[in-house]
Unconditional design. Structure first.
Lengths: 312, 290
């Protein structure tokens, strides 16, 4: 297998003309190029490019892994839109994304600005802020499941100290999603803070100095220099966060399994259920294609934003 | 230090007080939120379950029993599942490093004619997250095309090989190689150094910093993996700790589960603390999360 593909790549490389300086050694370079590229072409071919193409094909097929796949046209999409759970899952995912922005977008900016102004001990802050990111997601989710427990959880215990609660963190359809978002925010904020800190160091000091000598207060410097200088990276993190939260899976799967009453069923959880619980790979692929279209659009925005950012 | 608040600002009493108290409050906040949950797993892992249920706010067990950690290690077979994780993460790391250094070398230094098209096809996958082709990837590992029905599902290869198809690592690596002065390769060529020796004697020794950063990010990423091993490996005995823990949590005593959680989170947390300089730099530069 390797030999066949490797040879094909070698032929392709051979067809190219070697730059003049290398002409004498052109053959050995073409051979070497093919050899060094072969592993990447193989793993991407099998585990990235082909599955992407296959997702598109599967969406129009019915397959149960035993009989040969049959073409069914738009049937999978029709079944998908007939499933009342689809609307629930889409809404839940959008709700998760909005809440994650509300909880998780302003806090890292604030933390990064304050941490950037530390004259010493910054390393300790950075370690502490990033520690939750280093905790494996499943462990983090299980941990928070203990904290949220209605009877012996830490949170209801703490709320009880000040005479509040007990709160139905994961038992109530209105509470469950914000509870998941709170955990996800805790688990993810540290990475964003580090990225903002790196971005803040690239803001030219002269801008602050000039503003200060013009009599601008600290708040005005934040508003008129810091935030505008950061707008590129802020937009990128916003889009990355939206793309990431659209694929949320571990939190609802491990913490609530989509409950209570489907209030935390997300798109990826639904894809997982279609494929690996009900064995309907066609329908799972159809939903994957729809998700891919949305994420592709977001990525296109991301790409444009990166270009606009790097050219300013 | 970014310079937003200048020296003369800091001389003013009100600024100093406000800045100092904000920084102190934030320090307390990140201390409690960052270290607190980890210490909580230590406490929970050495407490009797009864005490965890009746008095969840207790800071330290009345009768700490470190034996619970050892008991969880053997009864829940935490060691066995962590070894599975080490095997999966280690293989994924090796596969990813081999594929990305080789490919980046070819794309950046050898530059075959069709390199740009292949690189374009690799970069295009950055915009489609792996989760959207999850189902098709599963069907692929069940029946690898052009191999006469070879299935790698339920073997470590099903985790190792897809991890190697990671466009971001290739991008990082190629950018680093692009920064090596071209004169170096020209001089090596004049001295009769071929493409193979150039790779092993010039490029690899020079790429230690990028290898360190990508290795750390790759290893920590592979340790955290959950959804793909859950799907790709059906044999419960071969599950990594992240997939095994939620299942163990269903039917084990609370303090045992918490002890298991503590042991599962220690390796990546320790790796992070030891190598934090590289990881912080890597995260900051790449915009990559975790």
């Amino acid at each position: 297998m390797t030999a066949v593909l490797g040879k094909r790549a070698a032929e392709r490389a051979d067809a190219g003309q070697a730059p003049p300086a290398r002409r004498a050694k052109g053959h050995s370079y073409a051979l070497a190029s093919a050899f060094f590229l072969a592993p990447m072409v193989l793993v991407f071919g099998y585990f990235s490019w082909w599955p992407i193409i296959q997702s598109g094909l599967l969406a129009f097929q019915q397959t149960n892994l035993v009989d040969p796949a049959a073409w069914v046209g738009w049937q999978n999409f029709a079944n998908l839109f007939a499933d009342p759970l689809l609307g629930t899952a889409v809404w839940n995912t959008v709700w998760f994304t909005l809440l994650a922005l509300l909880f998780g977008f302003p806090v890292p900016i604030f933390l990064a600005v304050v941490m950037s102004e530390l004259r010493r001990g910054g390393w300790l802050f950075r370690i502490l802020v990033y520690l939750p990111v280093a905790v494996p997601p499943v462990v983090a989710v299980l941990m928070w499941k203990f904290f949220y427990n209605a009877d012996y959880g830490l949170f209801n215990g703490l709320a009880g100290l000040v005479g509040l609660g007990p709160f139905p963190w994961l038992q109530d359809t209105d509470w469950a999603m914000p509870s998941l978002v709170l955990e996800a925010t805790w688990a993810g904020a540290g990475g964003t803070v580090l990225i903002y800190i790196a971005a803040l160091t690239s803001v030219p000091r002269e801008l602050y100095e000039a503003a200060e000598s013009d009599g601008a207060s600290i708040w005005r410097r934040v508003w008129h220099i810091l935030l505008p200088q950061l707008r590129g990276v802020l937009l990128l993190m916003l889009l990355l966060q939206v793309i990431g939260t659209f694929q949320v899976f571990t939190e609802p799967f491990v913490m609530t399994d989509g409950g209570p009453e489907d209030s935390t069923v997300t798109i990826l959880l639904l894809i997982y259920r279609y494929a690996f619980v009900y064995g309907d790979f066609g329908m799972a692929a159809a939903l994957s294609v729809l998700l891919a279209v949305v994420l592709g659009l977001l990525s296109a925005v991301y790409l444009r934003a990166t270009k606009a950012w790097s050219s300013t | 230090m970014s310079g937003l608040i200048s020296d003369s600002d800091r001389k003013r009493r009100s600024v100093r007080a406000a800045l100092g108290s904000t920084q102190f409050a934030i320090f307390l906040g990140v201390l409690v939120l960052g270290l607190g949950p980890i210490l909580w797993t230590v406490k929970g892992g050495i407490s009797p379950t009864q005490e965890l249920l009746t008095d969840p706010l207790r800071l330290w067990p009345s009768d700490p029993d470190w034996g619970i950690l050892a008991e969880a290690w053997t009864n829940l077979r935490i060691g066995h599942f962590m070894l599975n994780t080490v095997i999966l993460a280690g293989g994924s790391w090796l596969a990813q490093i081999i594929v990305s250094t080789m490919a980046a070398y070819a794309l950046s230094v050898l530059r075959p004619r069709f390199g740009t098209y292949i690189y374009g096809a690799v970069l295009a996958t950055l915009f489609l997250p792996g989760s959207v082709s999850l189902v098709a990837l599963y069907l692929t590992i069940l029946d690898l095309p052009l191999t006469g029905g070879l299935s790698i599902a339920n073997t470590p290869w099903a985790v190792w090989l897809p991890h190697a198809a990671h466009a971001f690592t290739i991008l990082l690596m190629k950018r680093f190689f692009d920064g090596i002065p071209r004169e170096l390769f020209g001089a090596a060529q004049v001295d009769g150094c071929g493409p193979w020796r150039m790779f092993f004697y010039i490029v690899l020794p020079m790429s230690k910093p990028i290898l360190a950063v990508t290795s750390l990010l790759t290893l920590m990423g592979a340790w955290k993996d959950f959804l793909w091993p859950l799907v790709a490996i059906s044999d419960g005995e071969a599950h990594p700790i992240s997939v095994a823990l939620p299942r163990l949590a269903e039917f084990s005593e609370e303090n045992m589960v918490i002890a298991g959680m503590f042991m599962a989170l220690m390796p990546p947390v320790l790796i992070f603390i030891v190598f934090q300089k590289y990881i912080v730099r890597g995260v900051g530069f790449t915009g990559l999360k975790g």
